[in-house]
Design a protein around this ligand. Structure first.
Ligand SMILES: Nc1ncnc2c1ncn2[C@@H]1O[C@H](COP(=O)(O)OP(=O)(O)OP(=O)(O)O)[C@@H](O)[C@H]1O
Length: 318
């Protein structure tokens, strides 16, 4: 089932005398239970797209449905079906954690009893029980971010939008937030659509990525598909015998784009690394060529990003 569907979604801003086309006709299809990463350099149009999908900003043109509900015709319905966690959560720093969660539930018209029971569940799920009576301003960065996410989940939305959920967190807290995001999908089948500036996060956490640049989607696919789309995988084989014999064994095999022989090793650029490793081992064995080691390397998402946008995400940050 498609949970997020957008067609030709666009937003233009008037800036002085000129127009800024922040988002220029974005199509999105996200299935229920997917974790989607929305990545792009600074100013690419991520936040503007997210603000449209969460009804905070009206599209200039295009349509979108969230959980089957029309964004423009029924924005209140979309807000009931989805949760949004902004970059800086709008929580009162002096409020107490459990009380603030209950208040959020009441804003979504949960009964008092339902709000308490939902808050109790989320405090448990997000490891916040020990800080339930603390003031929000006393929380650590990771606790604070987990609380922001819990706030977005009080009304049990089927879709959760997260704007840079781990920015500024230390590696351990980031890993912890990832675990909680994964658990949302495992336990409740929640669809998660997140923006991130961390390509390792996109790689480790997301099922699929949409790469946006200059307001347009320039690539989409699983992290592996995107990496493969760049240049193929790299297989390096160290042979114990004659490298020329290895070359004869491997030349012209399907899926191998490039074959280079050095002193003791053979270097291949291949379509699909896993498949090629098996194929290469069989071919060498069949030709009686001994092998010391075989190594598979993939282009990183940084390579993908650089190729697609001409910028590294890190440059963008700088
Ligand atoms: N209210 C506005 N008025 C004029 N231009 C705007 C407005 N909001 C955004 N823009 C412009 O639209 C473009 C897209 O901005 P957006 O904030 O969506 O990018 P982003 O991908 O979220 O960037 P970042 O990674 O820096 O948060 C930018 O050129 C930005 O300057």
């Amino acid at each position: 089932m498609t949970t997020i569907e957008a067609r030709g979604l666009a937003r233009r801003f008037r800036s002085g005398k000129s127009d800024v086309n922040a988002v220029c006709g974005v199509d999105l299809d996200v299935a229920a239970g997917e974790i989607i990463g929305f990545v792009g350099p600074n100013g690419a149009g991520k936040t503007t797209t997210l603000r449209m999908l969460t009804t905070l900003l009206r599209p200039t043109s295009g349509t979108a449905h969230i959980a089957g509900i029309d964004l423009v015709r029924d924005p209140a319905g979309v807000r009931r079906a989805s949760g949004y966690v902004a970059q800086s959560g709008g929580v009162d720093p002096n409020a107490r954690v459990a009380e603030e969660l209950c208040l959020q539930g009441r804003l979504y018209r949960l009964s008092r009893a339902d709000a308490v029971s939902r808050a109790t569940r989320l405090l448990h799920d997000f490891d916040l029980n020990t800080v339930r009576d603390r003031q929000v301003r006393t929380l650590s960065g990771g606790q604070r971010r987990r609380m922001d996410i819990a706030m977005g989940l009080m009304h049990s939305p089927s879709v959760l939008f997260l704007d840079e959920p781990t920015t500024g967190l230390d590696p351990q807290s980031r890993g912890n937030v990832w675990d909680h995001v994964r658990a949302l999908r495992e336990d409740a089948g929640t669809t998660v659509f997140l923006t991130t500036h961390y390509l390792d996060e996109a790689d480790a956490l997301c099922d699929r990525l949409f790469v946006i640049d200059h307001g347009r989607i320039v690539a989409r696919g699983t992290p592996d598909e995107l990496k493969r789309g760049i240049s193929g995988d790299l297989v390096t084989i160290e042979v114990s015998g004659d490298t020329d014999a290895a070359k004869v064994a491997l030349a012209g095999r399907p899926g191998i784009h490039e074959l280079a022989v050095t002193d003791r090793s053979v270097r291949l650029v291949v379509d699909n690394g896993e498949r090629a490793v098996v194929d290469v081992m069989q071919a060498l064995q069949a030709h009686g060529v001994g092998m010391r080691s075989i190594r598979l390397a993939r282009p990183t998402l940084d390579d993908v990003f650089l190729t697609l946008t001409g910028r590294s995400l890190r440059d963008g940050d700088a």
